[in-house]
Design a protein around this ligand. Structure first.
Ligand code: NAD
Length: 264
């Protein structure tokens, strides 16, 4: 009851499929939009940043959806029956944010927002999307998690909690959907070259008095045996694989792309 996706081998044919990518206006989300559109999908580019959502949607002839997933009411409206989520065939839960502080100084509101955007929203979006996927016997749920879905780092309590939570949610979705043609998997990258991380490099270089190349190598990639950042397109390629025929038996798994970080 899990028919393969169309497209031969590891190729991917999403023609006629509606694909929703959250946080599609930047970084990994934008790369997923470009890759899945290249496979023929019709893209819904969700982002709270209106200009970014529109620009990326324009690049692929897609539809911008300007929604702040941190706004509970806006999320509820988006997920209403008959709304734009109710007939998507592929959902990529990608939107996320970071906050770095020790637990005793971590603002509770910030913790709640991170859980809202990175756990509650993926849950509500999947909840709204799966009835259509079940009805047609095919669907793909891909969640952009992180190596922090599998490993912790100090000062990232909300982010690590949220990423561990999305791993659990993905597994439950996999168990409920697998027999109905709907798979759910996570991708778990280490540090990816996105605007978010590039900003951190500059800030850390200044704070540590180190050249930027040294910050990447020793601070960010200390645990990785491959001393370079991942490109967003490499993460998007893995997400595309998970939508392909070749991955139709992959379900409830975490696909790690971390240069060996979690091999330790
Ligand atoms: P990014 O900042 O480049 O892009 C994130 C996008 O999400 C932005 O366009 C932003 O506007 C949007 N967004 C943020 N909050 C939102 C909200 N409340 N509602 C709607 N849209 C919102 O970040 P990125 O590095 O591409 O990260 C994307 C995902 O990848 C995140 O879930 C992140 O945790 C994960 N990730 C990133 C890295 C990395 O090193 N960059 C590593 C592992 C996992």
């Amino acid at each position: 009851m899990n028919p393969p996706a169309r497209g031969a081998g590891s190729g991917l044919d999403l023609s006629g499929r509606r694909v929703l990518v959250t946080g599609g206006g930047s970084g990994i989300g934008r790369a997923c939009v470009l890759r899945l559109a290249a496979a023929g999908g019709t893209l819904l580019v969700l982002d709270r940043d209106e200009g970014a959502a529109e620009a990326v949607a324009d690049e692929v002839g897609g539809v911008p959806l300007v929604v702040d997933l941190g706004d509970r009411q806006a999320l509820a409206s988006l997920c209403e029956p008959g709304g734009p989520v109710s007939d998507v065939d592929v959902l990529v839960n990608n939107a996320g944010l970071q906050h770095v502080a020790p637990v005793e100084q971590f603002p509770p509101d910030r913790f709640a927002l991170i859980l809202q955007v990175m756990v509650q929203a993926p849950f509500e979006l999947a909840r709204a999307a799966v009835p259509h996927m079940y009805a047609q016997g095919w669907g793909r749920l891909v969640h952009v998690s992180s190596v922090h879905g599998l490993r912790a780092s100090a000062h990232k309590s909300a982010y690590v909690a949220a990423k561990h939570a999305i791993e659990g949610l993905s597994k439950v979705l996999a168990l409920e959907g697998g027999g109905r043609g709907v798979t759910s998997n996570t991708v778990c990258p280490g540090y990816v070259r996105t605007p978010l991380v590039e900003g951190q490099i500059a800030a850390q270089a200044q704070a540590h008095g180190l050249p930027e190349s040294e910050v990447v190598r020793t601070v960010m990639l200390g645990a990785s045996s491959i001393k370079r950042l991942i490109e967003p397109s490499e993460v998007a390629e893995l997400a595309a694989y998970l939508c392909s025929e070749a991955a139709s038996y992959a379900n409830g798994s975490a696909f790690v792309l971390d240069g060996g970080w979690s091999a330790r």
